[in-house]
Design a protein around this ligand. Structure first.
Ligand code: CA
Length: 200
């Protein structure tokens, strides 16, 4: 009757009864040394695999988020085909407008195609009281009009209308007003159009 109950031992100093397991055939859950290392190794593998999978998930998520972020234009920029355009720029000279675009990771507008020209004409025509600097200038009077990357304007894309007067002051920068491109004094203040490529 008493076999399954621990033997009541002597009372300790505080009066509590001490249980004596030593004289009974009661086994305690002690793992063998081999078993301990086997379980430990298994857990190590599980933890390593879990961490590995977690790292892959984090990397894939970061890559997806990065792609999503770069495949859309920043706020206030207008998306058209593979570019972003900013028309809300400070009123300032051609040079300062150019620097402003550079600070934003962009460049003054370069018109590469008739489709891009049509889009820009639509945008600036909605603001008939403003002119906009574009990335077209020349180093000297009667020199070729060059984009910021050094290339010339595609033939038959558009013409630059001269505004030079008898004063012979060089008008070596170009702005667009409604649908017409004018040469202009580079230090006149104007809005401008910044452009940057839309990353895919
Ligand atoms: Ca362009």
């Amino acid at each position: 009757m008493m076999d399954n109950q621990p033997q009541l031992g002597n009372l300790d100093e505080d009066g509590y009864t001490q249980l004596d397991f030593s004289s009974r055939n009661i086994t305690r859950p002690v793992l063998s040394k081999k078993g301990f290392y086997a379980i430990s190794l298994r857990w190590r593998v599980i933890i390593a695999v879990t961490l590995g999978v977690l790292c892959v998930v984090i990397l894939v998520t970061a890559a997806v988020l990065s792609t999503m972020a770069s495949s859309s234009c920043p706020p206030s920029w207008i998306t058209h085909e593979n570019s972003c355009y900013l028309l809300s720029t400070p009123l300032t000279s051609w040079n300062k407008s150019r620097n402003h675009c550079l600070k934003l990771g962009s460049h003054l507008l370069k018109i590469d195609s008739s489709g891009e020209l049509k889009f820009i004409e639509e945008q600036v025509s909605s603001q008939p009281y403003h002119s906009f600097w574009i990335g077209l200038s020349r180093h000297q009077d009667n020199g070729p009009w060059l984009w910021e990357d050094g290339s010339e304007v595609s033939p038959n894309l558009f013409q630059v209308t001269s505004t030079e007067t008898q004063e012979k002051i060089a008008h070596n920068c170009v702005w667009i007003h409604e649908s017409i491109f004018y040469d202009q004094l580079c230090n006149v203040s104007s809005l401008s159009i910044c452009e940057k490529r839309l990353s895919k």
